[in-house]
Design a protein around this ligand. Structure first.
Ligand SMILES: C[S@@+](CC[C@H](N)C(=O)[O-])C[C@H]1O[C@@H](n2cnc3c(N)ncnc32)[C@H](O)[C@@H]1O
Length: 277
């Protein structure tokens, strides 16, 4: 069967997601070891029986709900192609806004930066790739996530990043960072979305934060004050309906210039504040 026919029949026969066609293309690219442009350039090429069998196997797992990123083991984020694993969250496009906001801040040329709950290393590695003079420290509670982020760091030779395991600030030596960033877990424990779609396959440790989803944001907001230099910034990702709550947490912790930015869907997504000078 040709590439074009295989894709056509796979897309028609399976409702995988709202982006079934793209899902099928990504899975076939993975099996064939090619870029998406190959599928468009060579639609008449034959797919071998072996490759077709592998493709069908992945397709069935996708029908069962497994995220494409876990099936192919990687996900694009910012300028990077990151290895992913079920140890942590698959990086989301919304989180690129956090990177954008952090890069817009006026910071020392050799800024010291802390990424709390780094997961795949997405935020830390994107910032380190853009600012080679920054010194970025990144931590996660899960050792498997730290190991994964370390592999991603090595792949891009980002020698300005240090990764280690820590329960939030517990293992971080007392010092004053110019910037702290975090995309912590922020979903309510009984949110019905946790039993739907791709998130069913992601670990609760990366998603859930107490009854109101704010346990980790509360802790990060209150403790960051002790780890920020005067004039340093805290930039946080949160749920679309948590902007007001996070602004209040930052106000109460003594931050100034507190504001929230909206993502491309018009949802409040990133809130930042400055440690007073
Ligand atoms: C929403 S995920 C974000 C991952 C990554 N920063 C990103 O944006 O794709 C939250 C991360 O926080 C980590 N985490 C949860 N509790 C933590 C804790 N007590 N201390 C440090 N990291 C924690 C999880 O393991 C997970 O990797």
């Amino acid at each position: 069967m040709t590439i074009a026919k295989l894709l056509q029949s796979a897309t028609a026969a399976n409702h995988l997601s709202d982006s079934s066609e793209l899902d099928c293309e990504l899975l076939l690219c993975f099996v064939l070891g090619v870029d998406p442009s190959y599928l468009k350039t060579w639609p008449e090429r034959q797919v071998s029986d072996d490759h077709r069998e592998q493709f069908d196997g992945l397709l069935q797992r996708r029908v069962g709900g497994e995220p494409v990123a876990y099936l192919i083991g990687s996900q694009g984020f910012w300028s990077l192609d990151l290895e992913v694993s079920p140890a942590t969250l698959i990086p989301r496009p919304e989180t690129e806004l956090l990177v954008e906001v952090a890069l817009e801040l006026s910071l020392p040329e050799q800024a010291s930066v802390l990424d709390l709950g780094t997961g795949t290393g997405a935020i830390a590695l994107a910032l380190a790739a853009e600012r080679s003079y920054w010194k970025v420290c990144a931590v996660d509670l899960q050792q498997q996530a730290v190991d994964l982020a370390e592999r991603n760091r090595q792949r891009y030779q980002l020698n300005n990043v240090t990764l280690f395991a820590s329960d939030w600030f517990a293992a971080i030596p007392t010092q004053h960072f110019d910037l702290i960033v975090s995309n912590p877990p922020y979903i309510e424990a009984n949110d019905p979305h946790l039993s739907q779609g791709d998130v069913r396959f992601e670990p609760a440790s990366a998603l859930v934060s107490g009854d109101d989803g704010l346990d980790d944001l509360r802790l990060v907001c209150s403790q960051s004050v002790d780890y920020l230099a005067d004039g340093g910034w805290l930039v946080l990702e949160h749920g679309f309906d948590q902007g007001a709550a996070v602004r209040e947490l930052l106000d109460r912790a003594g931050f100034v210039l507190v504001e929230t930015r909206q993502d491309l869907n018009g949802c409040e997504r990133i809130t930042l504040g400055r440690h007073p000078l």
